[in-house]
Design a protein around this ligand. Structure first.
Ligand code: SF4
Length: 345
């Protein structure tokens, strides 16, 4: 019989852990490159969304050296759709630092890892524990929820974070901290879920205060959220001879370094309204209108074939706008058809 919650959790993990493409199988040692890549991709993003991106990245760039040598544009395009684009820029900066300054080998402790671009305390702890077997305290959103429930913490998030970290530290075993961290994450993702936790299947039920109270969904207690502001913007679809004008956004700031449509009219033209799309970013929501026109000549910029604009590597907001642009073309073609038919009658 397990003597404490950590032991019970590890026993459960051996049998019921999730099979994920970045995890080592029993007997294999974890590849730090794959652990790092998956941890960066999983920040604010679901496992289901990350899987195809992870497979694509590791097929195209199987080592940190290969990724470090990849052109910026190709990596940004491969990241398109995954969101939080600062991660992709930091990913490249980190790969290049590891390749140039560490001979392609990741540092094996939290302190060394934290000096690398884009690696904060959480990611450093996760890589140190999972890839290098170090004792490190790994606290992500899943772990926060499990710990809050195990202890029925009354302090709301985010103020409860230091307390949660201390409690996670006290629970982390000296040996097998990587398995323990992944077990906590798996428990949070599959059983101790945000809504309707499946307590009947839970390996740590007997140690859980929220379960004993009978209302586990109450935890973690959250401070009320400030309302998200709403903004408006306009993008421009300029087309000439089967190609549409794209621009590369400045490297810093929102969607930095990604391809996009211009957000100011690139030429004087008879711009037509082509509808709008809604998009939600972390700190604001956005209504973006699209205006479309045809040009007689090509101003400077990146001209991409309209037929393959869906594969241009646009971030999600601009991919939605591209769909509007394509719909505008269809309507325009129908209108031209009607006009020609009217002339023939
Ligand atoms: Fe979560 Fe329920 Fe398990 Fe407690 S008993 S850790 S609330 S799943």
């Amino acid at each position: 019989m397990p003597v404490d919650a950590a032991e019970a959790l590890l026993c459960w993990y051996v049998v019921d852990k999730r099979r994920l493409p970045w995890r080592a199988e029993a007997g294999e040692s974890a590849d730090p490159y794959r652990v790092w890549l998956s941890e960066v991709m999983l920040q604010q993003t679901t496992v289901a969304a990350v899987k195809p991106y992870f497979e694509n990245f590791t097929t195209r760039w199987p080592t940190v050296g290969a990724l470090a040598a990849a052109p910026d544009g190709e990596v940004m395009a491969a990241w398109a759709g995954l969101g939080y684009y600062a991660r992709a820029r930091n990913l490249l900066a980190c790969a290049r630092t590891v390749a140039a300054e560490h001979a392609g080998v990741f540092p094996d402790g939290e302190e060394g890892l934290r000096k690398l671009p884009g690696i904060g305390p959480y990611t450093a702890a996760a890589i140190a524990a999972i890839a290098f077997g170090r004792r490190a305290v790994v606290v992500d959103g899943n772990v926060e929820r499990v710990i809050s429930r195990l202890h029925a913490l009354q302090t709301p998030l985010p103020q409860a974070r230091p307390e949660i970290r201390d409690l996670a530290d006290a629970m982390t075993p000296d040996e097998g901290a990587g398995d323990f961290a992944q077990a906590m994450m798996d428990l949070g993702a599959t059983i101790c879920t945000p809504r309707n936790p499946a307590c009947g299947l839970c390996p740590v039920r007997e140690w859980c205060k929220a379960f004993a109270e009978g209302e586990p969904g109450r935890y973690p207690v959250k401070a009320p959220k400030a309302a998200r502001p709403h903004r408006h913007g306009t993008a421009y679809w300029l087309e000439q001879d089967g190609a549409v004008l794209l621009v590369r956004r400045p490297p810093r700031g929102l969607l930095g370094g990604m391809l996009a449509f211009p957000e100011a009219p690139p030429v004087g033209a008879a711009w037509e309204e082509a509808g709008s799309v809604e998009h939600v970013f972390t700190h604001f929501s956005l209504t973006m209108n699209l205006r479309c026109a045809r040009a007689d000549a090509r101003p400077d910029g990146i001209w991409h074939p309209v037929a393959t604009v869906a594969e241009a590597g646009l971030p999600t907001l601009f991919a939605k706008l591209a769909a509007r642009g394509l719909a505008w073309r269809e309507k325009e073609r129908d209108r031209d058809g009607v006009r020609k038919n009217a002339l023939l009658v």
